[in-house]
Ligand binder design. Sequence first.
Ligand SMILES: [Zn+2]
Length: 396
Amino acid sequence: MIGLLLLLVVPPQVVVIATPRGLTSVPVSNDRGGAAVAEPLLVAPLGVSLVMAGTRATVTLGGAGFVFELGVPYVSAGTAVCPLAGEPYMARDTLYLPLSWLAECVPRALAPRYRWDAAAARLDVAAPSLPRAPLASLSSPNPMTGLRQHHTIVIDPGHGGRDPGNPGRYFSEGRTEKDITLAIGKLMRAELLRRGLVANLTRSTDTLIDLADRAAYCREACDLFVSIHVNAMPPGRHSTRATGIETYFLSEARTEDQKRVAEMENDAIRFETDSPRLPTGGLGTILKDLQLNEYLRESAQLAGLVQGAVAKVHPGEDRGVQQAAFMVLTTARRPAILVETGFATNQDDAAFLASALGQRKLANAIADGVVAYLLEFERKVVGVPGGAGGGGGRGR
Ligand SMILES: [Zn+2]
């Protein structure tokens, strides 16, 4: 009997964090400086963001901040305080956290997406369900879109103010990229409102907003973020040839062309007055962020649906879904994409982008892609508590 009890309380040697993108093993230590401890200690998992300030450690997981104080058996998450069975401590460069944080506090704070399976010593992280304003379900689907829930979209017209964006070689009347992106953004907002969605702009006038601040417009009650831009080829023999539409999601660039576009768009930072607030550790660290990774797949799916819809109406080439490290997308905590709506260095693209009809077609097509994504999304979350389950729903 005693043996059985002992067996049941044998602490795990390793804890597994299972996310939609794969498994991470986190070592567990049962002693501290050679002496056994009552509560197993977890090496602060890789992939969570960790900020140390004196004896205070802030760990961000799943969008929630957990504040630890070294030597204190409590952790606070927002206004809630969670008791721990042991104390967090530092040894060399490693932060050790009591296992009860992951086994008890995290699942409680982040339910239902995070579930602790004690038998398997495993934390299961479900695919992201987009947080939304409380109970936004409609009793019946919107007749225009088929959507069953309220959705909020943040539209980001690129550049603005003293940052003109690309000079718009073939635009007339001194117009530049910033004018085109604002025009398309406003039309897109009007179209989404017409279809019963909520849409907000990061800017509705000719002003400059810092790259790091743009995605912050898409927080709690926001479902996704769309940044709008105009492409340009550097001067050269074939610079006027490139045409067409491409849609980006945040990831590391794989091709020279993807790098070129990211560098062009990230260059906007030189117009910002404050010193550049590059994320500490650079883009590479950000890309490893556990929570952000969960949104990558969603962002890629959103990009695919938007690209497909826009390619149908665009006179230029279908350049497909692309990936690169855009500053403006790194601060997004929702599915986020950047649409390069065409080339200002190509005469046909520029004429389309500058025309009222072209702008309307682009705005409506991006809206089509957004609605298609949200329909897919609602189908996925039907039946999930807090999801679209109330109305019975489709899918399952
Ligand atoms: Zn741009």
